[in-house]
Design a protein around this ligand. Structure first.
Ligand SMILES: [Zn+2]
Length: 264
């Protein structure tokens, strides 16, 4: 009888745990200043000619996600921002070797510019992007290549298929393929306990109005795939009711808490 009661109590406890709403993990999102650049003619960012002759100011952020199970750096800025990036990590008591995971939306120089600092972290990457980053042509730009070449032999976690890759196993932080800008471009979903879901969208949209207008940069590797990724990310944003961050758009960056304050 006692055994049976214990078993029922155990079953009830298990049932209760399964039925209880998942407690949101104590996740924090820090927006780090990793530089700015001025684009004298933004024509390259729309293949319909909409930005011809337009001067655009862009921000280059890096992000730090702090989760009870570890830290993730998302995008590592332009090479020139190394001191800025490391300085902001240091202000939080971190060095690159304390960071468990690194991931970049894609391998362009303004996103992977300091990734070589994180060779002790596990690199979360879409296999198509890894192949793209280490293709023969990428190796010919020696100065840029040197900034991340050490990742080639770093511990690597590949994002499988259409994803998502669940970084900490609880759904709170997910790397999601959204290819087209580059072959393995990804976005990051961060579900915060108070602020709710946030989507860091890499270079899906460089200019604020590109999102609504569905404009495609001239230098994207695949136009059709880009449009498919727009639909995928918009559907996800709608389903999650997520805050969408266009990473190069100044207003999206400045509306986030100013470092060292995190979004929680
Ligand atoms: Zn970019």
């Amino acid at each position: 009888m006692i055994l049976r009661t214990l078993m029922m109590a155990a079953a009830a406890a298990v049932g209760l745990a399964a039925a209880a709403p998942a407690t949101a993990a104590d996740v924090k999102l820090y927006a780090l200043d990793c530089g700015t650049f001025a684009v004298p003619d933004a024509d390259m960012f729309a293949d319909d000619g909409a930005y011809k002759g337009r001067k655009v100011e862009m921000v280059v952020p890096c992000y730090l996600v702090r989760h009870p199970k570890g830290d993730l750096v998302w995008d590592t800025g332009v090479p020139e921002s190394q001191e800025k990036l490391l300085g902001q990590l240091k202000a939080l008591g971190l060095t690159p070797k304390d960071v468990e995971y690194v991931s970049v939306s894609h391998s362009h120089f303004d996103h992977i510019g300091n990734a070589g600092q994180f060779t002790g972290s596990a690199w979360i990457v879409d296999p198509d992007e890894k192949a793209y980053a280490f293709r023969p042509q990428a190796r010919t730009n020696a100065a840029q290549f040197a900034r991340y070449s050490a990742l080639e032999n770093a511990k690597t976690i590949e994002v499988a298929g259409e994803g998502p890759h669940d970084v900490f196993g609880d759904g709170s932080v997910q790397v999601i393929p959204a290819p087209g800008h580059t072959p393995g471009h990804t976005v990051l979903l961060v579900r915060l306990p108070k602020a709710g879901p946030v989507l860091l969208t890499g270079d899906l949209w460089h200019v604020a109005e590109s999102r609504a207008a569905k404009r495609v940069p001239r230098f994207n590797v695949d136009r059709a795939l880009t449009l498919k990724s727009y639909d995928k990310v918009e559907a996800l944003a709608a389903k999650e009711k997520a805050r969408v961050v266009r990473q190069h758009v100044p207003e999206d960056f400045t509306s986030l808490p100013k470092f060292p304050e995190p979004l929680t």
